[in-house]
Design a protein around this ligand. Structure first.
Ligand SMILES: O=C(O)C(=O)Cc1ccccc1
Length: 323
């Protein structure tokens, strides 16, 4: 029997499948390209929960989703879904500078535009520009920046003549740029994360970040202060903290946090132990290298060595070797 190796079947089976907020041409796809292997197979999804569920169900190896924007803050769909069902962990973070073009079908002029569609985070970054240049234009929410671009190109849009998307998406879908460099804040950056199923935690790089979600005890005065003290007492710096409503009644919140450090470091573990003792829910959502690779500052008395030496002193006390 002669077997002809086309190489095709092999690449179909060996190429890792990564889900992401699609369709083709989103900012999320640009972030994915920064870290994905060259032979990655793309699995565009219509929303963040679907992309994350593809990893949970083992259909995809990894997902890339937006996490935080320098203008609009946390992406709630991501923050909430990461703790909503089977746990997932963040293994990498990426940043993409965000500027938009206003694009329409060829021949569309600015004065033809009475409706604009895009992702809500994109709209938040362009509101001022639209208010200035198209004060009468109505906003039509899109599931991403490229979904309405695709719909417009296919003649399937409803209620808009233009989209705010990235220049690459406009090109991909054969749209014409009506206005370029659209953004209220030209330096806006969005942070994206790569998410996988949990496994054994890797080694620290020395410049790491850890993400977690913590629920505070209800109706407990000083609960937030107690939570923050778990970090400050061990010299652990916070780089993001956001409250998210739990959802079942008013007044109940969880806190989504990024801290500087890795869960394999003693001071981070000591803070984790303190949180676990005092908070009804603590979810570890990953330790991963920081985007800026800036080494974490470890305060005097909080290094791994300091913890090891202190623990061995306690052991000596217990054995009657130290007084
Ligand atoms: O819709 C996209 O292209 C996304 O990747 C989500 C998004 C939208 C706006 C700013 C940053 C990310």
């Amino acid at each position: 029997m002669v077997t002809v190796d086309t190489g095709y079947a092999e690449s179909m089976t060996d190429a890792p499948l990564w889900s992401f907020l699609g369709p083709a041409g989103t900012f999320t796809e640009m972030a994915l390209r920064q870290v994905a292997p060259l032979n990655v197979e793309l699995d565009p999804c219509q929303d963040v929960p679907t992309a994350l569920d593809r990893v949970r169900s083992r259909a995809a190896e990894a997902a890339v989703v937006p996490m935080e924007n320098s203008v609009e803050g946390g992406v709630n769909a991501t923050l909430d879904n990461l703790v909503a069902s089977t746990p997932l962990v963040i293994t990498a973070e990426m940043a993409v500078p965000i500027t938009f073009v206003l694009a329409g079908r060829p021949g569309t002029r600015l004065e033809d535009v009475t409706g604009i569609s895009t992702h809500p985070h994109a709209w938040a970054q362009c509101r001022g520009w639209v208010h200035h240049n198209l004060p009468e234009a109505r906003y039509v929410a899109g599931t991403s920046t490229s979904a309405p671009a695709q719909a417009l190109a296919n003649g399937e849009e409803a209620g808009y003549q233009a989209v705010l998307c990235n220049a690459l998406a406009a090109q991909t879908y054969g749209l014409e740029v009506i206005a370029g460099g659209v953004a209220d804040n030209p330096d806006a950056v969005t942070r994206f994360v790569k998410v996988t199923r949990p496994g054994r935690v890797g080694e620290p790089s020395g410049a790491d970040k850890t993400t977690l979600m913590v629920q505070l005890p209800h109706n407990h005065s000083g609960a937030l202060l107690n939570m923050l003290e778990q970090f400050s007492a061990r010299g652990v710096n916070l780089s993001r903290i956001e409250s998210r409503p739990v959802g079942d009644s008013l007044g109940r919140y969880r806190f989504s946090l990024d801290i500087e450090g890795h869960v394999r470091e003693e001071r981070v573990q000591a803070a984790f132990i303190g949180l676990h003792r005092t908070c009804p829910m603590v979810r570890f959502l990953g330790s991963y290298p920081r985007l800026d690779a800036r080494p974490v500052t470890v305060l005097a008395g909080t290094s791994d060595k300091d913890f090891v030496v202190a623990r061995s002193w306690v052991a000596d006390v217990l054995e009657g070797r130290a007084l």
